[in-house]
Design a protein around this ligand. Structure first.
Ligand code: AMP
Ligand code: MG
Length: 407
């Protein structure tokens, strides 16, 4: 029996073969989910001016420092400053400007009195305002220019994913185009003479091809582009033909046909070009990976649907993210407590489809059927994979476990 390769060793081989895709320039509206190839530098200070964080009155703090309910201070309102105004009215001692949230604070003012702290509220547009509570200090309710970011500072780093918050940060910092990695183009190929298209009633010996749907969705979730979805039967010639159809792809992912059976088309067609290994994990033991002469990365995943889901998380997704230059290529891990007991295979790390309760801090198998890697429909109940070390053979109630969270 050949020795098993560790998960880390196989993953290291995969990542060592990954190259960085070229960068391109895109507008923010096309940048969602893309990975920054360069940092985003603020084009200007943000906020761009000292501005008011309240609706109220811009004042000279010294004028109102003594104001309270019994000894209010009256100021003369000499200007009105709505949001969007560029005005910078001069204020002499005893003068104030009515100001709305976000409007620039006059150069001569150094604090804002919210209208709630005045007698007349916002009604005092021009005339007199009576302040009956002093601001806490000079600077009260003034948002400082550059308080969020300074011109030239990096608001986002290379390797960051442009999610909604990151995209908004770029926009706020005055940036409308970004340098990002090209999306990896991925071909997804199911192998198996037993497979039929979903929706067709399977005859005896047939089963729906669910891996193509699974992988296409997982690839999109890894911010890559599904370039081709194809299916071939268990004939090695079909593998050759599909590689021709996948000529544009950066990555080709086969499912099925990599293990030790008599009809394993991926193995028969590609064993002279890519490596076939046994990895110390469950599910997902048979794994194939290599780089074709033209540079395409090829994965051969075992065909059982749960094996595909796990193999994708452990090997393919990190590779797709690394191709984009993503700084973080791993899922988040939570430490949760087992709420059920189960056994795990000796000498192999288990990735068990799991249901989690983040409030209670617990994890349990997603299905009563245990770890069966063929449970394609039951996989829908998994929210995470519990990761059980190879040397553990039984998980008991109360054991702390690392759990890979799948959003
Ligand atoms: P294999 O790795 O080719 O030996 O396949 C292992 C098991 O996974 C078999 O029971 C296959 O029928 C099943 N299987 C393979 N490919 C798919 C697929 N695309 N969709 C659903 N099940 C599959
Ligand atoms: Mg097969």
């Amino acid at each position: 029996m050949s020795a098993l390769l560790s998960v880390e060793d196989h993953r290291a081989r995969v990542l060592a073969a990954v190259f960085l895709l070229p960068a391109e320039t895109v507008g923010l509206s096309d940048a969602a989910g893309r990975t920054l190839a360069e940092p985003v530098l603020a084009a200007h200070d943000l906020p761009g001016d000292d501005n008011s964080s309240m609706d109220g009155f811009a004042v000279r703090f010294a004028d109102v420092a003594s104001a309270d309910a019994t000894t209010p201070v009256s100021l003369c309102v000499v200007a009105d400053l709505p949001a969007g105004t560029a005005d910078d009215p001069a204020l002499s001692a005893g003068e104030a400007a009515r100001i709305m949230t976000g409007a620039p604070v006059p150069t001569d003012a150094d604090a804002i009195v919210p209208f709630e702290d005045t007698a007349g509220g916002l009604a005092d547009s021009l005339g007199t305002v009576e302040v009956h509570r002093a601001p806490a200090a000079a600077g009260a309710f003034v948002r400082r220019r550059g308080g969020d970011t300074r011109a030239g500072d990096a608001v986002l780093s290379a390797g960051e994913r442009l999610g909604p918050f990151a995209l908004a940060a770029a926009a706020a910092a005055g940036v409308d185009v970004v340098r990002v990695a090209r999306r990896p183009r991925v071909a997804v190929v199911s192998t198996g003479s037993e497979l039929v298209a979903p929706g067709r009633v399977p005859g005896r010996g047939q089963t729906p091809d669910s891996n193509a749907t699974l992988l296409a969705s997982l690839v999109a979730g890894a911010d890559a582009e599904v370039d081709l979805v194809d299916r071939v039967d268990d004939d090695p010639a079909g593998i050759e033909a599909v590689l021709g159809r996948a000529a544009r792809a950066d990555v080709v992912v086969f499912t099925g046909g990599v293990s030790a059976g008599a009809y394993e088309p991926v193995r028969l067609a590609l064993s002279d070009r890519i490596a076939f290994d046994k990895v110390a994990m469950q599910p997902g033991k048979p794994q194939a990976f290599g780089v074709l002469a033209d540079g395409r990365l090829v994965f051969g995943l075992p065909g059982n649907p749960v094996s595909v889901a796990v193999s994708f998380e452990v090997f393919v997704r990190p590779a797709l993210l690394a191709l984009q230059g993503r700084a973080v290529i791993d899922r988040r891990i939570a430490r949760l407590t087992a709420s059920e007991t189960w056994t795990t295979p000796p000498g192999r790390r288990q990735y068990l489809p799991a249901a989690i309760d983040l409030v209670a801090g617990t994890v349990r198998p997603a299905t009563a059927g245990g770890s069966g890697s063929h449970l394609a429909a039951s996989l829908a109940r998994a929210e995470a994979f519990a990761v059980i070390p190879a040397e553990v053979s039984t998980v008991s109630v109360g054991d702390p476990l690392d759990v890979m969270l799948i959003p």
